[in-house]
Write a protein of this length. Structure first.
Length: 121
């Protein structure tokens, strides 16, 4: 009986760890391990770059909070890189095209004028 309980604990721990690498956005799921976005039918609908995945991880971590452009640049690009503010805007446009039913009226990726962005599920 002890062995069975131990095996169940190990299996549930692995399942919980796997969920840490997934992000559900609407009807799509992002797998941070494979950089894939999958539909409910398990079809791959998009592949992201490493930087896009890092930005999604930041949004997941800060869900419901406003993330400033400066924080995004520091956390995703680092202090030694100097992309423009438009670079972040372009990434958000990609996210909206992939996840939003109507990119002009975003449900998940919100622009906060003169500050940054907010991600909500």
């Amino acid at each position: 009986m002890e062995e069975l309980i131990l095996k169940v604990k190990i299996l549930t721990k692995k399942e919980g760890e796997q969920k840490d690498f997934l992000l559900q956005v609407g009807e799509l799921e992002v797998d941070f391990n494979t950089f894939e976005v999958r539909s409910l039918e398990n079809e791959i609908v998009h592949l992201f770059s490493k930087r896009e995945i890092e930005l999604l991880k930041l949004f997941q971590e800060k869900e419901g909070k406003v993330v400033s452009r400066d924080e995004i640049l520091d956390r995703v690009w680092g202090k030694d890189s100097y992309p423009t503010a438009r670079t972040i805007d372009n990434y958000i446009l990609v996210f909206r095209k992939v996840f939003e039913k109507n990119p002009r009226k975003p449900q998940f990726f919100h622009s906060i004028r003169s500050v940054g962005y907010k991600f909500t599920k």
